[in-house]
Design a protein around this ligand. Structure first.
Ligand code: SF4
Length: 315
C-alpha cells in the first residue's frame, strides 16, 4: 500500500532549522508494509533552512506569518500546498501521516495566534486542511496521536481495510464478490459501528435493485465511513461473544467458561485483546470453522505489528 508521510517524519533533514523528526514506528515498522510518498510544502515554498512560521487569525481568516519578520507568507505556502496536493492526487494512497503541531501539517494541533501574539487555540495546518477537504474518506492521522496504542491500532486497522477495499474495487467485482467481501469483513465492521454494519448488509442485499456500479459506490461510502470509526472495548467484547458462540456445540463446559473468562478479562483490561482472539482462532482452526477463519477481524493486519498485545490498546 502507499502512504503519504510528512518528510521530516521519514528522517529527512527538511525542517525549518535543517533538522528532522524521524518516527521509528513509521520508518522501522510500517515501512515493511507500505511505500511512502514524502511531502513538505514549506520546503517546497521556502527551501531549508527557512524562517519558522505560525498561523495567525487576521479578520477571521487564517494566515501564515513569518515568526521572525511578521511577513505574510500565506500565498507562497498555499501555492506549494496545492502543488503537493496535485502530487498526492496522482498516487493511489491508502492514508496520510502528518507531523503534529506544525502550522502546515498539524491535525487540529497547530497553534493559532491572534495578531497581538496571544494563542487563540489550535487548528489544522494549512496543508492538512486542504488534504481533509480533498480526501474526506482517506485515513489520516498525525504521529503524535499515533503514540496512543488505541489510536495506533485503529489507524492501522483502517489503512489495511482501506487497502483491501481498493484492491477489491480494482478487481472488477461482481455482485457475488461484493457479498463475499462484506461477509469476510462482517465482524470487523461490527467492531467499528454496529448500525453501519447492518446498513451495509442491507445495501448488499440490494432490495432496491440498484445497478452494480451504483451499489458499489454506495457500499464504498458506507464501508470507508465505518472503518474510520473507533472501536471500543464494549464493541469488541460484543464481537468476541458472537465469535465464541460459533463453538457452542463443540466446546466442553469448562472450555466455554475459560473462553468467557478470557473475554471478561480483556474487557476488564487484565489481558490484551490478542489472548481471546488467539484462543478463538485456535478453535476455528481445530474445528475447521471456515467462516471464522476468513474473517478479517481475526487478522486485520500483519501480526508482526503486534498492536493487540498491549492492554492500553483498548478503550
Ligand atoms: S512538519 Fe510538514 S512542513 Fe514542517 S518540516 Fe515536516 S513535512 Fe515539512
Amino acid at each position: 500500500m502507499t502512504l503519504a508521510v510528512s518528510s521530516c517524519l521519514l528522517g529527512e533533514k527538511i525542517r525549518f532549522d535543517g533538522g528532522h523528526k524521524r518516527d521509528r514506528f513509521i520508518t522501522d515498522e510500517l515501512c515493511g508494509f507500505a511505500e511512502f510518498v514524502p511531502f513538505c510544502p514549506e520546503h517546497l515554498a521556502f527551501g531549508t533552512p527557512r524562517p519558522s512560521v505560525r498561523l495567525v487569525s487576521v479578520e477571521g481568516a487564517v494566515r501564515v506569518h513569518s515568526n521572525k519578520s511578521g511577513e505574510d507568507l500565506s500565498d507562497a505556502l498555499l501555492q506549494s500546498c496545492h502543488d503537493e496536493l496535485t502530487n498526492l492526487e496522482a498516487k493511489s494512497l491508502c492514508g496520510i501521516i502528518f507531523k503534529s503541531k506544525s502550522p502546515s501539517c498539524g491535525m487540529k494541533s497547530a497553534k493559532l495566534y491572534l495578531e497581538n501574539g496571544y494563542c487563540e487555540g489550535k487548528e489544522d495546518g494549512v496543508f492538512m486542511h486542504l488534504c481533509r477537504e480533498r480526501f474526506p474518506l482517506l485515513p489520516m492521522e498525525e504521529e503524535g496521536r499515533l503514540e496512543d496504542a488505541w489510536l495506533r491500532e485503529n489507524f492501522v486497522m483502517q489503512i489495511f481495510a482501506y487497502d483491501a477495499y481498493e484492491t477489491f474495487k480494482a478487481s472488477n467485482p461482481s455482485l457475488g464478490d461484493l457479498v463475499r467481501f462484506h461477509t469476510i469483513n462482517k465482524f470487523l465492521l461490527q467492531s467499528k459501528d454496529e448500525a453501519l454494519y447492518r446498513e451495509l448488509g442491507n445495501i448488499v442485499a440490494n432490495r432496491e435493485n440498484h445497478t452494480l456500479q451504483m451499489l458499489l459506490g454506495i457500499y464504498e461510502l458506507g464501508f470507508k465511513t465505518a472503518i474510520a470509526r473507533k472501536s471500543s472495548i464494549k464493541k469488541t467484547r460484543n464481537v468476541l461473544d458472537h465469535l465464541a458462540g460459533f463453538f457452542k456445540n463443540e466446546l466442553t463446559k469448562s472450555e466455554k467458561e475459560a473462553l468467557h473468562t478470557q473475554i471478561g478479562d480483556y474487557a476488564s483490561k487484565i489481558i490484551p485483546l490478542i489472548v481471546p482472539v488467539s484462543t478463538i482462532y485456535l478453535y476455528a482452526k481445530k474445528y475447521n470453522t471456515e467462516y471464522l477463519l476468513d474473517q478479517t477481524f481475526l487478522t486485520p493486519y500483519p501480526k508482526t505489528l503486534s498492536l493487540r498485545s498491549h492492554i492500553s490498546g483498548g478503550k
